[in-house]
Design a binder for this molecule. Sequence first.
Ligand SMILES: NC(=O)c1ccc[n+]([C@@H]2O[C@H](COP(=O)([O-])OP(=O)(O)OC[C@H]3O[C@@H](n4cnc5c(N)ncnc54)[C@H](OP(=O)(O)O)[C@@H]3O)[C@@H](O)[C@H]2O)c1
Length: 304
Amino acid sequence: MTHKILLLGANGQVGHALQTTLKPLGEVVCCTRAELDLSTLSAQPAALIELVQRVKPHIIVNASAYTAVDRAEAEPELATLLNAEVPGWLGTAAQTVGACVVHYSTDYVFDGKKAGAYTEMDQTNPLSVYGRSKFEGERLLSQNCKRSIVLRTSWVVGAVGGNFLKTMLKLAQEREVLRIVSDQQGAPTSANLLAQTTAEILRIMADQPANDQRWGVYHLVAAGQTSWHAYASYVIVQARELGWPMKIKDEAITPILTADYPVAATRPLNSVLDTTKVRQAFGLNLSDWRVGVDEVLQTLSKLR
Ligand SMILES: NC(=O)c1ccc[n+]([C@@H]2O[C@H](COP(=O)([O-])OP(=O)(O)OC[C@H]3O[C@@H](n4cnc5c(N)ncnc54)[C@H](OP(=O)(O)O)[C@@H]3O)[C@@H](O)[C@H]2O)c1
């Protein structure tokens, strides 16, 4: 299989993992902020369209995004530019060269009030600027590009880039008490799982026509669910077993309520996503969230 693949956001958590997993599919052309700062596109997408028309990819994978969920409340224009307008323009550009697009979205498109896991059929109702901007990006991309796949994921964790796991490792070595939210439920999902699954989906979909019923929106997260508190506790116990010098004692990892931890952006309490659709459409087995977390811890331990 020799496709030309344009990868945007190649230095992010997911983008970095994609650099490896997309290679067997063909030639990967990486685009980072250094090549094209997407925030400079403002109201005219010419540079992005020029990039796509110059590279002439068969596949575009967009791992770029404005991911600072709290900061987005103060920077709604920038978040909307990167998370909504850029995917929309990418869709238009992809159509002009006949490329398909894979794009990532978020559990934060939901309000978290449902009892049980969210399916792709459930009503969206984002609670934050970030969630609204990501939902608008899904809509604009799907509208402009018929051959597109949107993968909604949650709580991304990788060895490269910043994330909750890395913050917990740092704080657990420095502090005697940690207060962690225990009433938000979701699934930590590794960048490697997302990148490997993206490649598996593209193997099936890259050459499919626009009328294939499998183009569309999917929920893609690791199996199982947990709370931020239980996730932090798991990470700290595992890291201690791997020899990390933890200052925190297990009993000092204190569960708190979302209401007792004020932040700028409101998060859904229930972020659990049902993955039946993606597993059935592409014959996938999704591992438990602990498998991905263990892999990240092993990698970070080797780098220590
Ligand atoms: N992280 C999560 O917990 C989470 C949860 C749900 C969904 N998602 C979605 O999953 C996808 C991948 O997330 P991630 O965790 O891999 O994000 P990430 O690590 O924050 O990476 C985002 C990438 O976008 C690039 N980018 C940001 N602003 C840019 C700009 N102005 N110009 C060019 N590039 C720019 C960044 O470049 P630099 O490296 O130069 O900063 C980075 O490579 C995103 O669509 C995100 O919304 C993430």
